[in-house]
Write a protein that binds this ligand. Structure first.
Ligand code: NAD
Length: 459
């Protein structure tokens, strides 16, 4: 419990003092800290893979491609660009203020709190941390209690690399996050569910702390006329294979044009088998559901939807003892079924159909704004309709997941799927305050001062 932790408040006080010093830190100083993170991750790849394997049997290869490589790539991007991001920017001088100059200083917001989830436990702690450091903030990280091995490793890493007055990790569950949020942080960066996101935003309002909320939700995947079925199925299957579908931007459900339904489902089954054969349970690259509670949640979503008329058209036996759920495809779905009422967060794909494209748009717009929308195939008219008539995080045509690692494109949702963004320059800005500095180079004051001249009175 945080109240038993003697360091809890004192670390925050030390970080508060340190943040005054960090306000004027140079790009080179911040870059050397990013380099330290990058090199620690590079050197400790096997330890990272071991921790994630213990946490939910995530394979070494998946750890490499979805935890280690994105951290290294983001670090490189920051190292290359930070000096330019930090340089003061200016806007053109309005005619009314000729004789003045201006600059926008990107100043660190100060003390940041980072609350991270379990599904990419290293990446989703280190990516915001690197943004906080690049902006010149101090940070306290509260990683997820559901991945204790990775959280311990993160704790060790941060202790090795940083004094506690700059970066510190406090492990624990909800109670730790709640206690930390009682402290007057300047910015809270939260990645997790919309339900907890609301609580985080409420708690932040006590101190008027700004927030970045990277949340989740149901991301639709539209399969329209003209699609290359084989290529689309391979990418969609990978979206559900990676992390066993426990990815915030995984395709949550399929919306396929009615006449493509049967060939699409057949191609998708083949795609799952091409990725991993038929024995998913013994495939060491396919990870497990994080814990029994989540196993039961997904298992229930499937069973209850089947009781209400859904049909399983693909998927072997689920094994509670092993937290194993195989890729599962369901049809005969309606919007009131449990599978359509919450984010699935597992390797399960309900397939819905539409006759004309407006139905697909209406269906997407009936739900909360998604974190991502995928579209495979389509004419220029349907693509444009999807882009203009829906509201969501990134739309990706003909691919899955690339938006998360696409440097230069800010990543994030809208409303229920998130507030604010992460990654690159915009990620740096989330932890920065753009402070305007305006200088009047003339001593005489404006003509608008009293006593008002007849000319001013006539304006
Ligand atoms: P979660 O919301 O249950 O937990 C996230 C973190 O919040 C954990 O560290 C947890 O201990 C902490 N927490 C719990 N209760 C809290 C409270 N009352 N106040 C403050 N913090 C509290 O989410 P999860 O199960 O770890 O992750 C899955 C969710 O995260 C999914 O909805 C997924 O879509 C989303 N997600 C989003 C992104 C993104 O980038 N948008 C990335 C990964 C996951």
């Amino acid at each position: 419990m945080p109240s038993n932790n003697p360091d809890f408040n004192s670390v925050f006080e030390k970080q508060k003092a340190k943040s005054l010093e960090l306000r004027s830190s140079k790009a080179s100083e911040r870059i050397s800290k990013i380099k330290a993170i990058k090199s620690w991750v590079e050197k400790n790849q096997s330890g990272i893979a071991e921790a994630l394997y213990k946490d939910f049997r995530k394979s070494e290869t998946e750890v490499k491609i979805s935890e280690i490589m994105p951290v290294i790539s983001e670090a490189r991007f920051i190292i290359k660009n930070l000096k330019a991001w930090m340089a003061p920017k200016s806007v053109s001088v309005p005619l009314l203020f000729l004789g003045t100059s201006n600059k926008l200083l990107a100043q660190p917001k100060g003390n940041a709190l980072i609350i991270s989830p379990w599904n990419y436990p290293l990446l989703l702690a280190l990516k915001p941390l690197m943004a906080a450091i690049s902006a010149g903030c101090t940070a306290i990280i509260k990683p997820s209690e559901l991945t204790p091995n990775t959280s311990d490793l993160l704790h060790r890493m941060i202790e090795e690399l940083f004094p506690e007055d700059e970066v510190c990790v406090f492990t624990g569950g909800a109670e730790m996050a709640i206690a930390l949020q009682k402290l007057p942080f300047n910015h809270v960066f939260f990645t997790g569910s919309p339900t907890v996101g609301k609580l985080v935003m409420k708690a932040a309002s006590e101190h008027l702390a700004s927030v970045t909320l990277e949340l989740g939700g149901k991301s639709p995947c539209v399969v329209d006329s003209g699609v290359n079925l084989k290529a689309a199925a391979k990418k969609i299957a990978f979206g559900k294979f990676l992390n066993a579908g426990q990815t915030c931007i995984a395709p949550d459900y399929i919306l396929v044009k009615e006449d493509l339904k049967e060939p699409f489902i057949q191609t998708l089954k083949e795609a799952f088998e091409n990725l991993s054969g038929t024995d998913y349970r013994n495939n060491s690259d396919f990870c497990r559901i994080i814990n029994e509670k989540h196993f039961e949640r997904i298992d229930d979503l499937i069973d209850k939807s089947v009781q209400e008329g859904a049909s399983i058209v693909y998927g072997s036996k689920r094994e509670q003892s092993d937290c194993f759920i195989p890729p599962t495809i369901l049809t005969d779905i309606n919007l009131n079924m449990p599978l359509m009422e919450e984010e699935i967060f597992g390797p399960v794909l309900p397939v819905l159909t539409y006759e004309n494209f407006d139905e697909a748009i209406n269906l997407i717009n009936q739900g909360e704004k998604p974190l991502a929308i995928y579209m495979f195939g389509g004419s220029s008219a349907t693509k444009k309709a999807l882009e203009q008539k829906t509201s969501s995080g990134p739309i990706v045509h003909n691919d899955f997941g690339i938006q998360f690692i696409y440097h230069g494109v800010p990543f994030g949702g809208i409303n229920n799927s998130g507030i604010g963004v992460s990654g690159g320059y915009e990620g740096f800005l989330e932890f920065s305050h753009l402070k305007p500095v305006i200088k009047n180079h003339f001593n005489p004051s404006s003509i608008f001062y009293p006593p008002y001249t007849p000319k001013v009175k006539k304006l």
